[in-house]
Design a binder for this molecule. Structure first.
Ligand code: B16
Ligand code: MG
Length: 221
């Protein structure tokens, strides 16, 4: 049986940091006189920090200098890091440890594939760093999802072919990235939003061990 690699997105899959991104972006947008709703925050899921600020400025019809852009990005991250600082194991989303431990028991590859440059800090905070054989985050990639780069690097680090990789993602861009990479895509969230995924579950409590076993034993081309 071919060994498989399971690649996890971070925000929205392992922890819910979207709420902290929201607070930090909202404060920043409001300080510029731009309103920012939770619906707009949804559209920033899986999107890089640079692209997120560009979108907020577009929504507010605002043009700023390069210097101000850099200052605002740093300011947003500083506030975000203050929220992250309070995180602990209680913020791990339901049944994530059960699935991680099951995969490790079955000797499958386990990687992180996140757009966040703060991924390592967050994994440390929630004490899950040891569960991953490879961590690929915003500091390792040059192209944002839906480009498959983040997942392809994960596959390469684990020395597993893309066709033998399974991706857990909560964002549309992330599902598209997994599909482009010819990996199995598993959406975590709303099936109406994540309809391009091969499978969708509300959260990990819905994922049975038999389903994981089936993914492990199924050979793909
Ligand atoms: P940072 P993921 C993404 O994480 C978030 O979903 C997205 O909202 C955020 O802008 C992006 O990381 C960059 O995060 O500012 O920490 O570098 O879902 O890819 O794990
Ligand atoms: Mg995500």
């Amino acid at each position: 049986m071919t060994k498989k690699a399971f690649i996890f997105d971070l925000d929205g899959v392992i922890v819910d940091t979207a709420k902290y991104h929201f607070l930090a972006w909202q404060n920043l947008a409001n300080s510029l006189g731009i309103s920012f709703s939770s619906a707009q925050n949804e559209q920033l899921k899986g999107v890089s920090r640079i692209r997120s600020l560009e979108k907020i400025l577009e929504w507010g019809n605002k043009t700023i200098s390069k210097e101000e852009f850099t200052t605002l990005m740093a300011k947003k991250n500083e506030e975000y890091l203050n929220y992250i600082d309070t995180m602990d194991v209680s913020e791990i989303l339901p049944d994530v440890p059960r699935i991680l431990d099951f995969l490790l028991t079955k000797e499958q590859g386990v990687a992180l594939g996140s757009a966040s440059k703060n991924a390592r800090i967050i994994l440390d905070k929630v004490q899950l760093k040891d569960k991953f054989h490879a961590i690929v985050d915003g500091t390792n990639v040059s192209k944002a999802k839906p480009d498959p780069e983040v997942f392809l690097i994960g596959a390469e680090e684990l020395k597993i072919q893309p066709k033998d990789c399974i991706v857990f993602e909560d964002s549309v861009a992330g599902i598209q990235a997994a599909n482009i990479a010819n990996m199995v895509s598993i959406g975590i969230g709303d099936p109406k939003i994540l309809h391009e995924a091969d499978y969708v579950f509300k959260d990990f409590t819905e994922i049975k061990e038999e389903f994981i076993n089936q993914l492990v034993t199924t050979e793909r081309n």
